[in-house]
Design a protein around this ligand. Structure first.
Ligand SMILES: Nc1ccn([C@@H]2O[C@H](COP(=O)(O)OP(=O)(O)OP(=O)(O)O)[C@@H](O)[C@H]2O)c(=O)n1
Ligand SMILES: C[C@](O)(CO)[C@H](O)COP(=O)(O)O
Length: 219
């Protein structure tokens, strides 16, 4: 079965700040995005990799690839206004039947086991996302105060989120709403169920400067 992955890196990285977009920052001496692409290539060298980048950053990315002698094959799509629009642009480069994963470019520590678990399970379940347990106590803001809620009723959601190609394409034909914070929420808005598999705790989303400190320890 043909496999694709859309690696989204079309965001602004506002919470990270800094002059260099977070997807290009070096971790252990190599740009984040190269590590993320390598994770999928080493899982399956035949996977079709689509990288979504803002148009204005594409020349810089090509320059980085030359500098680092990075030659893993990938197509490039233009970033959009939101993550939803970036995924949609990436999906336009996916043809035929098969499975397509969507992965945040800034999650370089996804394990091979989690990638394999998501794609393997998607053959039977059609829509699969990795999740991990909540390890702290969770409070719900009620409007007038707050209350503790049972944390075992909640999970933290990661990527890659893997779907049948046609299912994800149908989902992304819906009109955008800001409730679409990931791909699962887009698919669920069509009334389809999403299957959960275990993620890996190291698979953090590099969001703030603090996450970079953790990344340097994990590498
Ligand atoms: N228009 C957008 C917005 C986000 N993303 C991608 O979606 C992933 C998760 O988003 P997040 O970490 O929130 O990245 P940013 O939107 O860049 O960060 P911020 O909200 O701090 O600006 C990132 O790999 C980001 O590049 C994208 O491809 N296109
Ligand atoms: C898709 C995602 O990584 C799942 O946890 C997350 O929702 C993206 O984060 P954002 O900050 O909302 O872009």
């Amino acid at each position: 079965m043909k496999k694709h992955v859309i690696i989204v890196a079309g965001g602004k990285g506002l919470r990270m700040g800094g002059d260099i977009p977070k997807q290009f920052l070096p971790i252990g001496g190599k740009p984040v995005l190269m590590r993320t692409i390598e994770a999928f290539y080493s899982y399956d060298p035949s996977i079709h990799i689509i990288l979504v980048l803002p148009l204005a950053q594409q020349a810089y990315w090509k320059h980085l690839c030359e500098t680092y002698h990075f030659v893993l094959p990938h197509d490039i799509a233009d970033g959009g206004e939101t993550r939803f629009h970036s995924v949609k642009n990436g999906l336009a480069l996916v043809g035929g039947e098969g499975l397509v994963g969507v992965h945040d470019g800034v999650r370089p520590f996804v394990s091979r086991q989690v990638i394999a678990g998501c794609y393997d399970t998607a053959r039977q379940r059609h829509a699969v996302i990795p999740v991990i347990d909540v390890v702290e106590t969770v409070r719900h803001l009620t409007g007038v105060g707050s209350e503790t809620v049972p944390r075992n009723n909640y999970k933290l959601v990661q990527t890659p989120q893997v779907f049948d190609v046609q299912l994800l394409k149908d989902a992304y034909r819906q009109e955008y709403t800001d409730a679409f914070t990931d791909d699962a929420s887009v698919v669920e808005a069509m009334g389809k169920e999403v299957w959960l598999v275990e993620g890996n705790r190291e698979n953090i989303k590099l969001t703030t400067p603090f996450d970079l400190k953790i990344a340097e320890v994990l590498i």
